[in-house]
Design a protein around this ligand. Structure first.
Ligand SMILES: Nc1nc2c(ncn2[C@@H]2O[C@H](COP(=O)(O)OP(=O)(O)O)[C@@H](O)[C@H]2O)c(=O)[nH]1
Ligand SMILES: [Mg+2]
Length: 256
């Protein structure tokens, strides 16, 4: 029997000014097999995205909405979504952008792999079969560079640790102390990948074709790029004393 997630999956979609994309995206997600629910986490988008989400939620109990007071960052939007999804007893909590960079149908690939025994599944541009379409050379360089640095500096094994297209099993989100995650913005993704690996969770990747958005504007700023570098340094320096202590205890136990 193939793994089943029917009625157990929630896709968290953080939104800030996504009025061109949201209704189409939610419709495609709700058309997936297995009654995949959708949670929109909207930060009081000035373009009225929150109202679109509300009217869809009114018409379909499988659509949920969280409204926040203002633009509080991508990382904290994920955290709010996780809190909601855990309280509602979902077992698979996925995250994706609202802008169709992540194909709604590929959610099934994430869920399939998670349900087959993986704790975190990442929709990855940088594994065999993955691709990037329509991105500018600068953006490609930044994304590739951030991933390379996360690998070199932090030892993160996930090939695409800045990807926001993910599926977490609920036990991951119950185990990792989300309140202790420092990053409020895009760096949250690197930080979560790092903590999941350290906690020993089984992490898998499925190839995706990332298509740069054609509607609406990207919200990533230069500031977020600087913060990502700071996150790498911060996590590295925090991790060092801890690793030293583990090595010491291991040596003591081994008696040398
Ligand atoms: N709720 C919320 N959503 C955000 C925020 N910043 C970005 N987003 C959403 O997060 C997703 C990723 O942002 P996006 O602009 O696509 O980033 P990019 O793909 O790196 O260019 C999109 O669905 C955005 O609308 C934020 O501060 N709050
Ligand atoms: Mg995007």
């Amino acid at each position: 029997m193939s793994p089943d997630w029917t009625g157990q999956a929630l896709v968290i979609v953080p939104t800030y000014n996504e009025k061109e994309n949201l209704a189409k995206l939610v419709t495609r997600l709700r058309a997936l097999p297995g009654d995949v629910h959708v949670l929109v986490v909207d930060d009081n988008s000035p373009d009225g995205t929150g109202d679109i989400a509300d009217s869809m939620a009114k018409a379909d109990p499988g659509v949920h909405v969280l409204h926040r007071s203002g633009k509080l960052g991508l990382g904290t939007a994920y955290k709010s979504g996780f809190g909601y999804g855990l309280a509602q007893e979902f077992h698979y909590l996925c995250t994706m952008d609202a802008d169709f960079s992540h194909s709604p149908e590929s959610v099934l690939d994430l869920l399939g792999k998670a349900a087959s025994g993986y704790d975190l599944v990442v929709g990855s541009r940088y594994v065999a079969g993955g691709a990037v379409m329509g991105s500018t050379p600068v953006r490609k360089f930044v994304s590739y560079g951030a991933n390379w640095l996360a690998h070199i500096v932090l030892g993160v094994a996930v090939r695409d640790c800045t990807a926001g297209f993910r599926c977490y099993r609920r036990r991951v989100l119950e185990t990792i102390n989300l309140d202790a995650i420092f990053s409020s913005g895009y760096s949250f993704l690197i930080e979560m990948a790092f903590h999941c690996q350290r906690a020993g969770f089984r992490i898998g990747e499925v190839p995706i074709t990332f298509v740069n958005r054609t509607e609406g504007a990207s919200k990533i700023s230069k500031n977020e790029i600087y913060k990502a570098f700071y996150t790498l340094v911060r996590l590295r320096t925090q991790a060092l004393p801890w690793e030293w202590a583990v090595r010491k205890v291991r040596r003591l136990v081994a008696g040398d």
